[in-house]
Design a binder for this molecule. Structure first.
Ligand code: RTP
Ligand code: MG
Length: 144
């Protein structure tokens, strides 16, 4: 099966907790098994400036500093996937932000839980709109 030419793209992260727990392959497997196409992939550790750029929308919130600490705490995997409605499709695969109540069957619902930390460690990130996807893809894969 193939997509029509206007297929959209999304930026997916396997966050440091997911990489540390050895769940990178499991996450990528689920997204590929759903039928989306991998178009870029990189293992990297974010510096504070890049992390703040990514999460600029959360600046000033109580969890902003813990979030920066968490997301820069170790290597993460950044990936771009492509497909019809992939932004919405991956958010559905990921499940709710809070893994305790994320639906079973979703990545967060099946693979994450509350560890009592200052910030929610929930294994994955996915862009939440076409505008966010374009902005985030440019941070991780400029020129793609
Ligand atoms: P993401 O941006 O990482 O895909 O997650 P999301 O849209 O489901 O959630 P968002 O509201 O954008 O929050 C970004 C990330 O910040 C952490 N967070 N911790 N109260 C808390 O401790 C709290 N709230 C948010 C999570 O890692 C969340 O995914
Ligand atoms: Mg978000």
């Amino acid at each position: 099966m193939t997509d029509t030419p206007q297929a959209e793209r999304t930026l997916i992260l396997v966050k440091p907790d997911g990489v540390e727990r050895g769940l990178t392959g499991e996450v990528l497997r689920r997204v590929e098994a759903k039928g989306y196409t991998l178009v870029a992939l990189e293992l990297r550790t974010l510096d504070r400036e890049t992390a703040a750029r990514h999460y600029a929308e959360h600046k000033g919130k109580p969890f902003f500093e813990p979030l920066l600490e968490f997301i820069t705490s170790g290597p993460l995997v950044a990936a771009v996937f492509e497909g019809q409605r992939v932004i919405e499709g991956f958010r559905s695969l990921a499940g709710a932000t809070d893994p305790t109540v994320a639906a079973p069957g979703s990545i967060r619902g099946d693979l994450a839980r509350d560890w009592g930390k200052k910030v929610i460690a929930n294994i994955v990130h996915g862009s939440d709109s076409p505008e966010s996807a374009a902005r985030e893809i440019a941070i991780y894969f400029p020129g793609l």
